[in-house]
Design a protein. Structure first.
Length: 318
């Protein structure tokens, strides 16, 4: 074993350099643990949601070039009361422009960066790329893993979306399916609502291919509570002595309220239309998109069946 001894003057110099590096934040670190995700994009605005490992001050720098030659900055913070999550609004942007972004967390440069495009002016005709999809569960269910066949094909699929370079990805629900991780009643609890969106944002494919490169819009399917929910009810089937009973059980009203609240608290959403749901609209050039919460505006699943007690059968009633 060799022992190295530094002269006192050199040792003091090394200590001074180390302290300087730590004190000024020259050394990058990842302090953002969920997100960032860009949404709510228009021709002049965008929103970015993220979560930090500890409560922190946040500065987002955006630029039209990846070297951040002349960046604009927007500031905010994450708090313990907000479960270290925040959404920052970016205003005064140029239409149909690619922006690059990076973060200062407590004055230290975070390693996460990304880019997105603002939309063309409303009404402007053109050919616009949009991707629509749903139901992603990468690396969650048994049998997953980086070398599994499903993940191999997911990499091809999501890699092709990145290459396609759409203005926005429209996610129509079942995003990592939080009820499987947190239970059907997770929207009754403030902290679990925050966890559920962090869980969505930690999806491998979204983290690697989509969120760093494009805007995302989202509306839940039944991933806010129980499988098969409709009209704020969930279907049940019971059997007793060969007799089947179909029921539509009303959800706890708190689940509905929590699901709506959590969406606007932790997703970079478009403005809320009213308090009854998360439906919304936006314009991309001469296209207007209406994103509807059809899962909860439709009739309960079993309402279409009539029961004949004499024959012990259900019949469809259109």
């Amino acid at each position: 074993m060799k022992l190295l001894f530094y002269p006192p003057s050199l040792a003091r110099l090394l200590c001074a350099v180390i302290i300087s590096l730590l004190g000024t934040g020259i050394s990058n670190a990842q302090q953002i643990v969920a997100g960032p995700i860009v949404g709510g994009v228009t021709e002049s605005q965008a929103r970015i949601s993220l979560r930090t490992n500890n409560p922190a001050s946040i500065t987002i720098e955006i630029s039209t070039d990846s070297n951040f030659t002349n960046p604009a900055s927007f500031s905010g913070s994450t708090t313990a009361a907000g479960f270290r999550s925040t959404t920052l609004d970016l205003n005064g942007l140029q239409a149909d422009t690619r922006y690059y972004y990076r973060f200062q967390v407590n004055g230290n440069l975070d390693t996460l960066t990304g880019k997105f495009r603002t939309f063309p002016p409303a009404g402007q005709a053109g050919n616009y790329r949009v991707v629509v999809g749903s139901c992603n569960y990468h690396n969650f269910y048994a049998g997953g893993g980086a070398t599994s066949p499903d993940n191999y094909y997911n990499d091809i699929l999501f890699g092709s979306i990145e290459t396609f370079d759409p203005y926005v990805v429209l996610h129509l629900g079942d995003w990592n399916y939080p009820p499987s991780a947190f239970g059907a009643n997770y929207n009754l609890t403030d902290s679990l609502r925050a966890e559920s969106f962090a869980f969505r944002y930690q999806d491998y494919n979204f983290r690697r291919y989509l969120m760093p490169n494009m805007a995302v819009d989202y509306i839940y399917d039944d991933d806010f509570s129980q499988n098969g929910t409709a009209g704020w009810t969930y279907p049940t089937v019971t059997v007793n002595n060969g007799v089947y009973t179909l029921n539509d059980v009303p959800l706890n009203p708190g689940i509905r309220e929590g699901a709506i609240q959590g969406y606007f608290d932790y997703f970079p959403a478009y403005p809320q239309i009213d308090t009854s749901g998360i439906h919304h609209s936006f314009k991309l050039g001469n296209i207007e998109f209406f994103i509807l919460d059809t899962r909860n505006s439709k009739d309960p699943i079993h309402e279409i069946f009539d029961f004949n007690s004499l024959l012990n059968i259900y019949t469809l009633n259109f």
